[in-house]
Design a protein around this ligand. Structure first.
Ligand SMILES: [Zn+2]
Length: 431
């Protein structure tokens, strides 16, 4: 029998959890990681709010709170364990020069971000949140180049349902489904997401999407093909159906993976915790594996392990290596070893051969001195075992996203964590 397991262990309580043949199935998690979002409504010179009149407007704090409540319901249904923490909705006086500017202009957004960072009190700018500024325009823009590298969103109060969530998607690394660095009239531009099919903002029907991808009308597609079309048609990062409340509701699996990846590293400052990826088929070497196995890795390279150990200690891998989904190149390249303490200070260094071995030269160093050699590993990426993810990367409150499969290991969990499965069942323990 399969059990649902999504378990919280109280912080500071040491608990030995040994799972033998326990199956994890996809389940709703009990706690969420949160993206902090601070919303500012820009008032005009008379202190008036934007005059949006359409039903999806964002011109009042109450309306914006209602919108984010709906976003959180949508995110909850997705099952990835993230929610938006709407930390505040501020009505902002004294910056009315932004009240009527085009919200779809990348340069306006960039200028606003510069000013907000220069005058953080006046602009209620929060360094630990995504900052959303709402003015009297329609539509919105997240950045001059999408996905966004900055942390200010400028959006018009006359936007559409899910506009702010769409812009937050840009903040978290997503392009439009009709292409990266492309807004309008986009054809065959990749969004760098594997599980979305080709899209164009100019395709104005589901049949057009079906024809463009499969050369068939929607009605003639297989169930799997229809699902792919639906994923685009209802995608928050598309330009389709924006006036249809409750229809634009989807991020795909791979869009989620990217958002989580970005939340872990580039946007860690706005996120309450991390998701640690586990995949038994991962190929990279985790940072802890590197540290624990350095001696065997440098066996055969010139010099003692200490040369490489010192270099690793002075350039430790950062969070991008601990928390990415995929590994990336990491090089340990020690410099010419410095003069050892017992070698006389007036002895030329590096030591020339014609003077012979210097007094005080370390016994475990090669003579003549040979420089250390650089070596490269693909570091980080998903962890191959659940225990490695817990020991090496997870902090209390974090979430483990475990790829489907059987993990033959005994678990010891001594911190509060959420364990979730990815694309199927996970079994932990002996077969
Ligand atoms: Zn957009």
């Amino acid at each position: 029998m399969k059990h649902e397991l999504s378990r919280f262990l109280r912080r500071n309580v040491v608990c030995w959890l040994v799972l033998a043949g326990v199956a994890l199935v996809p389940s709703q998690s009990f706690a969420h990681l949160q993206w902090r979002v601070s919303v500012k409504i820009i008032l005009d010179a008379s202190g008036q709010r934007p005059t949006a009149t359409n039903q999806y407007n964002f011109s009042t704090p109450a309306r914006i709170r209602e919108e984010f409540t709906a976003y959180n319901q949508l995110l909850d249904r997705a099952g990835w364990g993230y929610q938006i923490d709407l930390t505040e909705v501020v009505e902002l006086s004294g910056v009315s020069q932004w009240f009527s500017v085009g919200a779809r202009s990348g340069s306006n957004r960039t200028d606003l971000e510069v000013q907000a960072k220069l005058h953080p009190v006046q602009y209620a700018y929060r360094a630990n949140a995504i900052n959303v500024y709402v003015n009297n325009d329609s539509s919105g823009v997240a950045g001059p180049d999408l996905p966004l590298l900055g942390d200010v969103i400028l959006a018009g109060a006359r936007g559409y349902w899910t506009l702010l969530l769409h812009e937050i998607g840009h903040e978290l690394g997503l392009c439009h489904t009709h292409g990266c660095l492309c807004n309008d009239n986009c054809f065959n531009v990749s969004d760098n997401i594997v599980d979305t099919i080709t899209d164009s903002d100019q395709w104005i029907s589901m049949n057009a999407v079906a024809q463009g991808n499969f050369s068939l009308p929607y009605a003639s597609l297989s169930a799997a093909q229809r699902r792919l079309v639906d994923d685009l048609w209802q995608n928050i990062m598309s330009y389709h159906e924006h006036d249809q409340t409750n229809l634009v509701t989807r991020f795909t699996h791979d869009q989620w993976e990217l958002m989580v990846d970005v939340s872990n590293v580039e946007k860690r400052n706005v996120t309450s915790g991390s998701t640690v990826f586990v995949d038994k088929a991962a190929t990279g070497m985790s940072p802890c594996e590197l540290i624990n196995n350095l001696a065997s890795l440098v066996d055969g390279l010139p010099g003692p392990v200490a040369w490489y150990q010192d270099e690793l200690n002075s350039h430790l891998p950062g969070p991008e290596y601990y928390l990415r989904r995929t590994c990336r190149t990491f090089t340990i390249d020690p410099p010419t070893p410095p003069r050892p303490p017992l070698v006389p200070a007036d002895w030329p260094w590096p030591p020339p051969l014609n003077l012979g071995k210097p007094p005080g030269y370390p016994g475990d160093w090669p003579w003549p001195l040979i420089n250390p050699e650089p070596f490269t590993v693909c570091l980080g990426g998903a962890y191959k075992t659940v225990q490695a993810a817990i020991d090496c990367a997870a902090n209390p409150g974090d979430r483990l996203q475990i790829k489907a499969g059987h993990y033959n290991e005994r678990l010891t969990i001594t911190k509060q964590l959420t364990l979730a499965t990815d694309r199927g069942s996970v079994v932990i323990g002996a077969p």
